[in-house]
Design a protein around this ligand. Structure first.
Ligand code: IPM
Ligand code: MN
Length: 363
């Protein structure tokens, strides 16, 4: 098996964490005899500084010519005063649109080893395992018209969905639910927004194709609470772009750290993979960044673009073992007398590689 992966490491901690993840993927490739080819292109703030645009044309061309795109993170404080279409984030949104993936899969799971990292009580999170399916190409992120009129002092965005956009993401969510615990929760704000009424009506129509999946609906405000109160009750959760952005960050609380969570975007020409965490400019370049989110994102590349389930699972097992053995990056350490071994970003990457090697050779 051969996979051509384009790495767009981006800004802040993006390059540090993707370096470690790529090194883990290379290790797995050499152990399993598969060929992974890597190329790198600029995106985000680094591209603004170097190329004068957050999304250079050759990045898009290389992305479309690859089997998978692996993104680190975009954004930096020096760009905060720019209008939305000039910011690093515009590069990421443009790349998402160019690749066409509309279903962003964001797992949120409790890890026994990190239970103390969550402010939620262990008995609330124990066994929680949610898969968010965030619609990624519609809603207020891409809706037009949009404007901030400085003269009138009025600004607006358009939260817009067509039936077909809802149908296609709902279908993917139902299919994923069929492979899991056969429960789907659709999140909207149908008590106030027409766009949510369309969302709900369409999800109900699609449900007829999946009689084996139990469907429930929640309003987004109530869902924000249920996720913290009874996260175990949810299996697959499907929602629109902005609600999914917010709820997936919130659900980092279930794992104990946003730094652990990967994501995969499917349904388009080329799948896009990115950890959920941001560019964390405050800790960039200090060796403090947590590479697990990126490393687990690497596992998703193998699973969803390479069909390499065993190899993906080996990476996931290695991450759990490293945590079990008490190794932590700084962000995962709580309190003074913690007894953990604190590792830098690169040392943690090396530890995962060593462990994945042991896992794959059956030790
Ligand atoms: C995410 C991020 C992005 C988003 C930003 C960086 C544009 O927050 O992937 O969740 O809002 O989608
Ligand atoms: Mn986000």
């Amino acid at each position: 098996m051969k996979l051509k992966i384009l790495v767009t490491a981006g800004d802040g901690i993006g390059p540090e964490v993707t370096n470690e993840a790529v090194a883990v993927l290379k290790e797995v490739a050499s152990l399993s005899g598969h060929t992974l080819e890597f190329d790198a292109k600029r995106i985000g703030g680094i591209a603004i500084t170097t190329d004068g645009t957050p999304l250079p044309a050759d990045t898009v061309a290389a992305a479309l010519d690859s089997d998978a795109v692996f993104l680190g993170a975009v954004g930096g404080n020096e760009f905060n005063s720019l209008p939305p279409d000039k910011r690093p984030e515009a590069g990421l949104l443009g790349l998402r649109a160019a690749l066409g993936g509309f279903a962003n899969l964001r797992p949120a799971f409790a890890l026994k080893e990190l239970a103390v990292n969550s402010p939620l009580r262990p008995e609330v999170i124990d066994g929680a395992d949610i898969l968010f399916v965030r619609e990624l190409l519609g809603g207020a992120y891409f809706g037009k018209p949009r404007e901030w009129n400085k003269e009138t002092g009025v600004a607006f965005n358009t939260m817009i969905y067509s039936r077909s956009e809802v149908e296609r993401v709902a279908r993917i969510a139902f299919q994923l639910a069929q492979k899991r615990r056969k429960k789907l929760c659709s999140v909207d704000k149908a008590n106030v927004l027409e766009v949510s009424q369309l969302w709900r009506a369409t999800v109900i129509e699609v449900a007829a194709e999946f009689p084996d999946v139990t469907l429930e609906h929640q309003y987004v405000d109530a869902m924000a609470m249920h996720l913290m109160n009874r996260p175990r009750d949810f299996d697959v959760v499907v929602t629109e772009n902005l609600f999914g952005d917010i709820l997936s960050d919130e659900s980092g609380i279930i794992t104990g750290s946003l730094g652990m969570l990967p994501s995969a975007t499917i349904g388009g020409k080329v799948n896009l993979y990115e950890p959920i965490h941001g560019s964390a400019p405050d800790i960039a370049g200090k060796g403090l960044a947590n590479p697990f989110g990126a490393i687990l994102t690497g596992a998703l590349i193998l699973r969803h673009s390479g069909g390499l389930e065993a190899e993906a699972a080996a990476i996931e097992t290695a991450v759990r073992k490293v945590l079990e053995q008490g190794f932590r990056t700084t962000d995962l350490v709580r309190g003074k007398d913690h007894g953990y071994t604190v590792l830098s970003t690169t040392a943690m990457g090396a530890k995962v590689r060593e462990t994945v090697k042991a896992v794959m050779s059956g030790q």
